[in-house]
Design a protein around this ligand. Structure first.
Ligand code: SF4
Length: 290
């Protein structure tokens, strides 16, 4: 039997299939799979919508109640915490010529350069290893700290000590995201001795590395943790107390500055200020925690 010549534009069945595909794609993205091989089109079948369009249109449909309060924010569809997978979706990120795979490759190549770097003699003599960065190369949000501490130096990953646990709480309990949704890195990639602050010269030495990381990831949002990260990125002498509570710009990214989690461990009363900053960031990102 031949198929009818005229099909309705969208049947309930079509919409159900579209929804099932969307859910499957979101699950794959949540598992870190960013790209899928494109299958050859089947003869006499209409081409399916592209992955990006499917996710974007479904996000728009399901998130129509969420509005972006900022005129700064980009015009992509906004997401709620219930559609976390779309935080790393290319269709919602700033346009980039790099695929997820290419970003991963370029970060790996850059990491190899960092591992060989000897620009800061005192840090090189003190480090166990370099601490490059970790997370989703497609992330909309990068957390930017100042330097590795003892735990980070030992494990080769940023924010894994007590301050890291607090950052994890901010990400998961506060924002309703997962650590793997975001990217986390520091100004300098080597531990300063005695956990002192990195010097201006050391931050300048490492600037080409963190700038390249931002170029590759191209996040929509950067959250600077502490004064060193904020003043280095924004190239300002303004205090963290005056930088926090509002948004700044770095290239294509909107930047929020807030207190470092290590400062919160020493001054728990400042947590409420950080929570206010994080709520501002969530509103800008269109994240509404359920
Ligand atoms: S802190 Fe950065 S610039 Fe200095 S030695 Fe380490 S990787 Fe090189």
């Amino acid at each position: 039997m031949s198929a009818p010549h005229h099909q309705p534009a969208k049947t309930d069945k079509d919409l159900n299939i579209q929804q099932a595909i969307l859910q499957q794609l979101e699950s794959l993205q949540a598992a870190g799979i960013c790209d899928l091989p494109r299958a050859a089109p089947l003869a006499q079948q209409p081409s399916p919508p592209t992955t990006a369009k499917t996710i974007a249109s479904a996000s728009q449909a399901s998130d129509t109640a969420i509005t972006n309060p900022s005129s700064h924010a980009k015009t992509e569809p906004l997401v709620s915490s219930t559609s976390r997978a779309s935080l790393s979706d290319d269709s919602l990120s700033a346009p980039s010529p790099l695929s997820c795979e290419q970003r991963e490759q370029q970060l790996t190549i850059l990491n190899k350069e960092v591992e060989k770097c000897t620009r800061c003699p005192e840090l090189v003599g003190n480090r166990t290893q370099t601490v490059f960065g970790v997370g989703n190369p497609n992330a909309r949000l990068v957390f930017f700290g100042e330097a590795p501490g003892a735990d980070e130096d030992k494990q080769g990953e940023p924010f894994v000590g007590r301050a890291g646990k607090l950052l994890n709480d901010i990400i998961s309990k506060g924002m309703g995201l997962q650590r793997s949704d975001v990217y986390i890195m520091n100004v300098v990639k080597c531990r300063p001795p005695g956990n002192r602050n990195p010097s201006g010269a050391e931050a300048d030495n490492c600037r080409p590395f963190f700038e390249r990381q931002f170029e590759i990831i191209r996040p929509e949002f950067i959250c600077c943790l502490g004064a060193i990260a904020a003043t280095t990125l924004l190239e300002t002498n303004v205090s963290i107390g005056r930088l926090r509570g509002r948004l700044h710009e770095y290239r294509e990214s909107l930047v929020l500055a807030t207190y470092h989690p290590a400062y919160l461990l020493r001054n728990p009363s400042a947590k409420k200020e950080v929570w206010k900053d994080i709520q501002l960031l969530m509103a800008e990102m269109g994240i509404r925690k359920t």
